[in-house]
Design a binder for this molecule. Structure first.
Ligand SMILES: N[C@@H](CCC(=O)N[C@@H](CS)C(=O)NCC(=O)O)C(=O)O
Length: 267
């Protein structure tokens, strides 16, 4: 069974989306990057870059989220465009565009906007500008096509979704206004009442607020038929485990613990 090394950040989340939507069996292996578990020698042997995600599939190890998406798509034959050189050219171009542009610029924009120890206006403006420009290119593409590579939902849409669902966090609260086509894609994937909802819920296991947890679990519950009940219970259990395991790791989490809804207390 595939081992999926993850945390709840954008890059692992796109892989979670693929695993859920494809129905591939997999085992979750959380890597707590706040505690530095990504630097443990055993993990560095899987991913020399010491970041999540990575997967181990038998004797195959793959790291870097977009490489994992391509590997899984080729393994399963799912979420690929038509098997033509023209479509393959588009798939690779857009996948690398997301990998080398959207992801890194968004990551830097988030860093300088939210986490840098001192405010650096030049860096904040530069990365916000570049991240916004990249999202604008995706939006223009989606103005003409249902999905990024054409009429077929592919791994490029999943890759873009991983970061684009965080657009307000990356760019600011009003960031969706000039990006209506990208918003349509993000909403379609996030609101899909199928397997995607579970990936969405998982992505909120350590939510920033109690209400986002409630929303995510409700979305998953509403979207899931009987066969998913066990998985949702497992999800909730994982959430509590994670919460307890990391309860003293950050003040933000402590604050969240205090504010969590009454039904989560004493469990
Ligand atoms: N290019 C890599 C980037 C991976 C990455 O930046 N992962 C972040 C989470 S989204 C991480 O592991 N951060 C922890 C750290 O930098 O130590 C990919 O797409 O997989």
């Amino acid at each position: 069974m595939i081992k999926f090394y993850y945390n709840l950040a954008p890059n692992p989340t796109k892989v979670a989306l693929f695993l859920e939507e494809s129905g591939l069996p997999y085992e979750l292996v959380p890597v707590d990057t706040r505690k530095g578990e990504q630097f443990a020698p055993a993990y560095a042997a899987l991913n020399p870059n010491c970041k999540v995600p990575a997967i181990v599939d038998g004797d195959v190890t793959v790291f870097d989220s977009n490489a994992i998406l391509l590997y899984l798509a080729e393994k399963t034959g799912k979420f690929l465009p038509a098997n033509t050189p023209v479509a393959r050219g588009q798939l690779l171009s857009w996948l690398m565009f997301v990998a080398s542009g959207v992801g890194p610029f968004s990551g830097q924009a988030v860093h300088f906007r939210h986490y840098a120890p001192e405010p650096l206006p030049y860096a904040i403006n530069r990365y916000r500008f570049e991240a916004r420009r990249h999202y604008g290119i995706l939006d223009a593409q989606l103005a003409r096509r249902r999905y990024i590579v054409g009429d077929t939902y592919t791994i490029v849409d999943m890759a873009a979704w991983g970061w684009a669902r965080a657009v307000p966090f990356v760019l600011g609260d009003d960031a969706w206004t000039p990006l209506p086509h990208l918003k349509r894609l993000v909403d379609e994937i996030s609101e899909n009442p199928g397997e995607a909802a579970l990936a969405y819920a998982r992505a909120h296991l350590l939510p920033r607020s109690a209400s986002s947890l409630r929303r995510a679990v409700r979305a998953a519950r509403l979207g899931y038929a009987e066969r998913f009940r066990g998985r949702i219970a497992q999800l909730e259990a994982m959430y509590l485990d994670d919460l307890m395991r990391t309860a003293d790791a950050s003040e933000g989490l402590q604050a969240f613990l205090e504010k969590r809804p009454p039904e989560w207390k004493n469990r």
